[in-house]
Design a protein around this ligand. Structure first.
Ligand code: HEC
Length: 217
């Protein structure tokens, strides 16, 4: 009986001390049996750091870093009636006219800088499957990825908005790249795809007359 009483009192004391104060707040410093990660040797974001020359904890992104997953869905961020000629435009963001049809022509100004941007992004994100010339002969071909060649009449005649949509949302076996390319970069790639199509389907007449003589054609 004595032993039973001692055990009983001990159990009551243990239960009350373990569970009895759950949820109650205390100002006192807690006893740390397992400090876990309460105190860590770490650098705070945007803090100072004398180790680096620029004195910052935050390190700049190394050059030539390729974006993975910086997707910002403008429709989720901005409300429907957000009025901005570029950011609020479905033409620019989805490649679709307000009636849902594909945008025929690039909604941004096409210039050489944009083609260059398109070439850079194409080489990074598309050429592995579609090949440098867009003929579907990428390095992944031997492994069974049969990426479409851009050089047929169907794709030549497709609207720019359609190509933009394939880049954005993917098609069939191809995944979408909206998390890696900004809308502007996607339009740049569309422009570059157009340039590739042109490069494989040009005639002597496309060369300006003056330069034709120089080339002997
Ligand atoms: C992982 C490989 C891969 C990558 C990377 C890739 N594609 Fe594709 N792409 C494919 C495959 C496979 C198809 C055929 C899809 C189908 O019809 O099933 C395709 C189809 C297409 C088509 C034709 C769609 C149609 O109507 O037939 C276009 C245009 C295209 N890709 C453009 C691009 C562009 C531009 C990029 C880069 C931004 C890109 N692709 C990156 C594999 C890829």
């Amino acid at each position: 009986m004595r032993i039973f009483l001692i055990i009983f009192v001990f159990i009551i004391a243990a239960v009350v001390s373990i569970f009895g104060f759950r949820g109650s707040l205390s100002e006192k410093t807690p006893i740390e049996i397992f400090p876990d990660m309460d105190r860590q040797a770490r650098y705070k974001p945007q803090g100072e750091n004398s180790f680096f020359e620029d004195g910052r904890n935050d390190r700049p992104i190394p050059v030539n870093t390729v974006a993975r997953g910086n997707y910002l869905n403008y429709e989720e961020v901005f409300s429907e009636d957000f009025d901005d000629t570029v950011l609020g435009s479905t033409t620019f963001l989805q490649g679709k006219n307000p009636d849902g049809s594909w945008v025929k022509k690039l909604p941004v100004e096409a210039d050489y800088t944009l083609i260059e941007l398109g070439r850079e992004k194409y080489d990074i994100f598309c050429s592995a499957c579609h090949g440098a010339a867009g003929d579907g002969n990428g390095v992944t071909k031997p492994y069974g990825i049969l990426a479409t060649s851009y050089h047929d009449d169907r794709l030549r005649n497709e609207a720019d908005g359609y190509i933009y949509d394939v880049i954005t949302n993917g098609k069939g076996l191809m995944y979408g790249l909206k998390d890696r390319l900004t809308p502007e970069e996607r339009w740049a790639v569309v422009l570059y795809v157009r340039a590739l199509q042109r490069s494989q389907n040009a005639t002597a007449e496309d060369v300006p007359a003056g330069e034709r003589a120089e080339l002997g054609i």
